[in-house]
Design a protein around this ligand. Structure first.
Ligand SMILES: Nc1ncnc2c1ncn2[C@@H]1O[C@H](COP(=O)(O)OP(=O)(O)OP(=O)(O)O)[C@@H](O)[C@H]1O
Ligand SMILES: [Mg+2]
Length: 334
């Protein structure tokens, strides 16, 4: 197997605040292969977005990023000076966000902004950049791309804007595309089209995709592997099909069981009781133990290590046991 395009090794992200040190991400390791989509899931605040930002060196102040490596095509981004990082950003790793307007400049036409992205990184003529920008707008299937080229972003619908952002992200054929809730702000049919577009680009260009979403239906359909985070830590990472067929961590089981069933609202609600602990007051052992139906005294003593499991990993001392809590078992049968 070739080296992964992206390899994160023991990443730690903390915020030094007046209330103390908030450790948002702890000892996080994962990798993404060429042409693969890794989904990152977990409840709000578990560290998905801040992890995504760290991959581009964009963690805001007062955030502190430490760790062994964030290796992009072999280069450790954590050891690179900002100027070098800036050159890789956009060119080798690109990001799309939930709200396309955050990535678009309101005073440039959509064509001009794609041109600018190209001209910033490559020594090509304006005419060549213009041709490429137009081809990209066609590539992401903006209808009537020639005319749209000269439109300002506010003239476009949300779905069309997100297509422009994707075109911009792809302008330099990055090795990795990070998408943080890329379709949450869009309506359902447009959502599906955008996700299909990302899938297609992955297939055709071999782009590695990191997809962050709350929607487990999207995860099931559009990812190859899943990384489950809880309170800043990786608790399970598996192939997508295996994870849905046999979730091992009680938290993953809870997430899947709480997933709304197609057509049935939140059928057989097996919601996880309680809430994520405050990152300022983490329990001593497993952070999920206070909410876990199968926790035992040992779970409160030490953070469970990640153990190899079915081609992936899980951090739960009870994961190997057959016992599945009743609500999750019911949901699994559904
Ligand atoms: N600029 C910041 N200053 C202080 N703390 C921050 C900052 N940005 C993020 N955090 C903290 O880091 C933790 C992880 O946040 P993050 O935005 O990564 O969560 P998330 O998993 O993306 O959540 P959501 O699903 O709501 O998007 C949270 O506890 C958050 O409060
Ligand atoms: Mg987020």
């Amino acid at each position: 197997m070739s080296d992964p395009v992206l390899a994160v090794e023991r990443l730690n992200i903390s915020f030094h605040t007046r209330r103390g040190v908030l450790r948002a991400v702890r000892d996080l390791s994962f990798h993404v292969e060429r042409g693969e989509t890794l989904a990152i899931v977990g409840e709000s605040g578990c560290g998905k977005s801040i992890t995504a930002l760290s991959l581009l060196g964009l963690v805001p102040e007062p955030g502190r990023v430490e760790g062994d490596a964030v290796r992009l095509e072999g280069r450790n981004l954590l050891a690179l000076p900002e100027a070098k990082l800036r050159r890789l950003r956009g060119a080798r790793i690109a990001m799309i966000f939930q709200e396309p307007m955050t990535a678009l400049n309101p005073v440039l036409t959509v064509g001009e902004q794609i041109m600018e992205a190209i001209l910033e990184h490559e020594k090509v003529s304006r005419a060549a950049a213009r041709d490429r920008a137009l081809a990209l707008l066609e590539r992401v299937r903006i209808p009537d791309a020639k005319r749209r080229f000269s439109d300002y972003p506010h003239r476009l619908s949300g779905g069309m804007r997100q297509r422009v952002v994707i075109a911009m992200a792809l302008a330099l054929s990055p090795a990795v595309l990070v998408a943080d809730e890329p379709t949450t702000a869009l309506d359902v049919t447009i959502q599906a089209q955008i996700l299909e577009l990302i899938d297609e680009l992955k297939r055709e260009n071999g782009t590695a995709v990191v997809l962050i979403t709350h929607d487990l239906g999207v995860v099931a359909e559009h990812s190859d592997r899943v990384l489950v985070m809880y309170a800043g830590r990786k608790v399970e990472a598996r192939a997508t099909a295996d994870l849905f067929a046999r979730p091992l961590h009680p938290y993953t089981r809870g997430l899947i069981a709480a997933r709304p069933q197609p057509g049935g609202g939140r059928a057989r609600l097996a919601e996880i009781p309680g809430t994520v602990p405050s990152l300022f007051a983490m329990p001593a052992g497993c952070a999920f133990a206070p909410r876990c139906a199968v926790a035992e005294p040992a779970c409160g003593v030490a953070v469970p290590p990640l153990m190899p499991a079915e081609d992936g990993a899980v951090a739960c001392i009870r994961a190997g046991e057959i016992h599945v809590p009743e609500p999750a078992r019911e949901a699994l049968r559904a």
